[in-house]
Design a protein around this ligand. Structure first.
Ligand SMILES: Cc1cn([C@H]2C[C@H](O)[C@@H](COP(=O)(O)OP(=O)(O)O[C@H]3O[C@H](C)C(=O)[C@H](O)[C@H]3O)O2)c(=O)[nH]c1=O
Length: 183
């Protein structure tokens, strides 16, 4: 596997080694020891998630307080623009964002540690989004930040005049300046 740095040091793009042949392909989507050797991180995932979305859906920006989650995310069908936002107030990259296209064809994964908000915008007709988390889900601790917060100014690849499909929860999300963030 290859690790590609992003503009936020703690957020990393992972490119697995893919073995293709006349039948198709095989790759290890996660290997604890290889991940540790490549990233220097000892991670323990406790939950696997799978969401399916139609074109134009935007999920996020989400995070969990009290029990923050690290996430290793990937797309197994379709394509999304995936975003991580640093919401650690003491971080030199507080309020900065990283955006990466994750697709079934580039096999790319994104690692975002606890302390980040996460969201994605679906580019394909259908997107199957799989991710591993380092902490369990606690609905009481689930928080959202407004996907189009001008204070973050994420460069979502949304065509002019097109509004993303957003849940009512996400529509009502707070801006970063009013959000419950990490120290
Ligand atoms: C996240 C989660 C949700 N749920 C239940 C709660 C709701 O009844 C239903 C849909 O939840 P929600 O609308 O929050 O799903 P997403 O909008 O995909 O949220 C996720 O999307 C962004 C991109 C993320 O990074 C988070 O992992 C997560 O917040 O699944 C669970 O039972 N377990 C879970 O781990």
């Amino acid at each position: 596997m290859k690790v590609i740095a992003t503009s936020i040091p703690e957020v990393m793009i992972i490119e697995p080694k893919v073995f293709g042949d006349s039948r198709g392909f095989f790759f290890e989507s996660f290997n604890q020891e290889n991940f540790r050797q490549a990233t220097g991180l000892d991670v323990r995932f406790v939950q696997d998630n799978h969401s399916r979305s139609v074109k134009g859906v935007l999920r996020g920006l989400h995070y969990q307080v009290r029990r923050p989650q690290g996430k290793l995310v990937r797309v197994v069908r379709g394509a999304v623009f995936d975003v991580a936002v640093d919401i650690r107030r003491s971080s030199p990259t507080f309020g900065h964002w990283v955006g990466v296209e994750l697709t079934e064809d580039n096999y790319r994964q994104l690692w975002l540690p606890p302390g980040f908000a996460h969201g994605f915008y679906v580019l394909s007709d259908i997107a199957d989004f799989l991710y591993k988390t380092t902490e369990y889900y606690f609905s009481d601790f689930d928080r959202s930040i407004l996907w189009n917060d001008p204070g973050i100014a994420i460069g979502w690849p949304i065509e002019a005049g097109v509004s993303p499909v957003v849940s009512s929860k996400d529509e009502k999300a707070a801006r970063l300046v009013h959000a419950e963030v990490f120290e």
